[in-house]
Design a protein. Structure first.
Length: 240
């Protein structure tokens, strides 16, 4: 009977630890060790493009309530307007999660609005890591097929928008010198949408070239995911 009483007492103590405020605080701390991730779609894209990637990041330890995908109101519109939408979206993410910074994963044209947000809006103080997937940082000849849209016109090589975005510093960092923004640009030599595919190379980033993956495949191919994971970890988890 004494052994039974001791066993019951130990069980009660363990239960109290698990449900106590201190135990709850430990679980919250574990979840918040990672930055929230904001996913940014590209030209004619959709927030649903990231559904599989979000599930994969959950399997890698990200809380599901730390993963957010923006849906731009005009998927072929100006990157400048999109950047302002991204600014508002990220403010809400930070308010909701109580985090100090976010990481961004952006596909295709989404990388341009992301960089504009960092360079000209409040992204410099709100972003930890930036990962772009097949982004036309220096334009793409494919954009000539969509010149009736503002987004495509901005992606024409040598456009005023791109010249301004790439002036002075292609990968601007935040105003905290102890916590710079880490940039990773992942691109594929098999990407026929970004022409030339080397347009994705930007000064100051970790530029990672792969092969055999299409433009849309950058969102789903299993060979890309470890590279994204490395990009998200480059700046350290909640190191700010």
């Amino acid at each position: 009977m004494i052994r039974g009483f001791i066993s019951l007492s130990v069980s009660i103590v363990l239960l109290l630890v698990l449900v106590s405020p201190a135990g709850a605080a430990k679980r919250v701390t574990a979840a918040s060790e990672k930055d929230p991730v904001v996913f940014v779609h590209g030209f004619t894209g959709s927030s649903s493009s990231y559904d599989d990637m979000k599930q994969w990041l959950v399997s890698q330890g990200w809380p599901s309530n730390y993963l957010f995908a923006i849906q731009y109101s005009n998927t072929t519109g100006s990157n400048i307007n999109n950047a302002y939408e991204l600014e508002s979206f990220i403010k809400n993410v930070l308010r909701q999660t109580k985090a100090s910074k976010v990481d961004i994963v952006a596909h295709s044209m989404g990388g341009l609005s992301t960089r504009y947000y960092v360079k000209y809006l409040d992204g410099a103080q709100n972003v930890d890591d930036v990962i772009t997937l097949g982004s036309p940082h220096h334009g793409t000849n494919s954009s000539y097929f969509g010149l009736w849209t503002e987004g495509a016109r901005e992606m024409v090589p040598g456009s005023a928008f791109l010249n301004d975005l790439n002036s002075v510093d292609e990968t601007p960092n935040g105003n905290d010198s102890t916590s710079v923004i880490q940039y990773t640009s992942i691109f594929s030599s098999a990407d026929t949408v970004i022409n030339p595919y080397t347009s994705s190379i930007i000064d100051g980033a970790d530029n990672v070239e792969i092969s055999g993956v299409s433009h849309s495949g950058l969102l789903t191919d299993s060979s890309v995911r470890p590279l994204i994971l490395n990009g998200l970890k480059d700046g350290g988890e909640n190191s700010n």
